[in-house]
Design a binder for this molecule. Sequence first.
Ligand code: ADP
Ligand code: MG
Length: 723
Amino acid sequence: MAGLENKARDVIGDRTAKVLTDNFGIVSIDDLLRHYPRRYVVRGELTDIALLNAGDEVTILAEVLSASNRPMRGRKGGILEVIVTDGSAKLSLTFFNQAWREKELKPGRQGLFAGKIGVFNGKRQLTHPDYEMVPDGSDVDDAVAQFAGKFLPIYSATAKLPSWKIAKCIELAIDSLDEVPDPLPNYLRERMGYPTLREALINLHKPTDLDLADLARERLTFDEAFLLQLLLVKRRAAARALTATARPIRTGGLLEAFDKSLPFKLTGGQLAVAKEIEADLAAGHPMHRLLQGEVGSGKTIVALRAMLAVVDSGGQAALLAPTEVLAAQHLRTIEKLLGPLALGGQLGSAENATQITLLTGSQSAAARKEALALAASGDAGIVIGTHALLSQAVQFNDLGLIVVDEQHRFGVEQRDALKTKAKLPPHLLVMTATPIPRTVAMTVFGDLDVSTLRELPLGRSPISTHVIPVLEKPTHLERAWSRIKEDVANGHQAYIVAPRISAGTPEDADLDFLYGEESKSMASVEELAPELHAGALKGLKLAPLHGRQTSELKDATMKAFAAGEIDVLVSTTVIEVGVDVPNATVMVIMDADRFGVSQLHQLRGRIGRGSAPGLCLLVTGAEPETPARVRLDAVAATQDGFELSRIDLEQRREGDVMGASQSGAKSKLRLLRVLRDEAMIESARDEATALIEQDPALSYESELAKALAQLESDTASEFIDRG
Ligand code: ADP
Ligand code: MG
């Protein structure tokens, strides 16, 4: 008899075990039993053959209609053609030189057939499919007892190991099981009416009833949600228990001077979030807060105010940005917002003034040396930088606050690398670029408290967005260029965004991976800029901007654009995040179907930042009603970032939804879907919070504590792996 932790090969034999390990990473019996069926076919209910498409990888239940062997033309050997049917449509199975199979594939018998649907002479067929005949009443075969059940589980399988062979392995594993320790607390299991873990595994793999299988799946999904939330709630509780330097608001300080100098009033939302942050900073425990909000809702000022509060208390703040363009942009924005308050150390500067410094990977040795010195001495109250901030060489005098901008690009490990530079655990404020649905926040950032900015500052101009389908309306592209000329004539500026840097090379290697050769035809910055300069936008000042330029050039270009010296920026998505030039009113996005929904929303957030209304044109060659066009229409139809991020996430794989931030936990989520299982995640969160409050060490739930420790060590080892 075996437990879950035993090796799978002890019950299924070495050779099969090796195939399972190589293809699915299955090592233990637990791994094997966690290879859940994707669906079931019902014995006797044949698969609807009419619905199968060429290219589909299928496992179908069908009945043999006829089998005939004929000699091959002009060659030795024969072709066995077997026709199977679901009663209406037919499918042909072809075997070369395997006449002996005719004995197994008898008319009237049912079988499971697996393979990839191909087309030959206009007919759909399977060539050399794997198959397993379903025993009928007359010949019950113990070896295939699997098929005595009414519901046949279908597993994700490979050519070497078809679904029913996996089913047999699982059957053996289930038969060998003695006790299955159950991590789900009894009180919860009973309250929710769930089966035990052992029952759930059996009901999922060998259901006698599909309702029981559903309930088993629900329980196992809840297990995943519950464990993940426990991990996050525990981390959050642990962070709260740490001691941090309290940074209460000081009257007469830099923050007060800054508030007085602001040319506008903070929005209600900004004030409310500011209160939450100030309370966190004033407490003796590290703040762990996520600031998420609509594009353009003014997150930067909220974060800056937090940094100033920390500087007022004698500490320093670090602002971590994902790209050099954004880091440089932050430096400019913050210097502009602070004005004389950022000129600390200079003759005649304001009384409370501090210094701001920038640290990036590509700056000159002299600039770097100066920045390092300012950070280490504490003279720089605010240190802005890219990944370069994480380097060993960077030291602070008293790092009190870390602000991470556009967090989805950083992993937990990077946050942690910065934290080690502080004497006491620092306060942490994480900002996301775009809004995210509640349960995504709860799962991906579940160890953080969440503040949300929904409203945009008053006086923000509306952005209207239109799709320009170049296939159907080629002349509309001309109208886009004339619109740019008009706006420039009126003193405004424009962005043109393209998916590629140059014709031959991808801006992003993913593009080639996703689109292959096709990506070569996409618009590129290096082709588009000269083309427009010589043609449609003749006479305007155009400049290209992309990630392969030197940071000096990028920086100079952005500065010139911000100063109004450039009319039109022709750019890749390097302008996606944070870039803030209120005078820009038009954005034309070429091959817009190549971008994700949130990415488009973020891009379009670069316009409509001033008093003039914004216009965003999504140029696409995608055909009407294709998923790409539907996506673009959705972006054109709404400005609600929360709704768009939902649409975006629905189209992505779950692994991408989770991002890098919970990479270790991610691999444990087999069933849980962050968007679909919202209600379950919320209740798991509540249960996890209640349990950790009552029994922080889980001393009354030893199996649960074990499972949690396992998850913790898996996430920790992932952390070490990624160094
Ligand atoms: P995001 O939330 O997308 O990062 P930003 O912080 O870049 O938005 O803010 C967008 C613009 O709005 C900036 O130009 C900023 O100065 C301005 N802004 C921020 N708060 C207000 C406010 N309360 N009133 C008017 N303008 C504001
Ligand atoms: Mg921003």
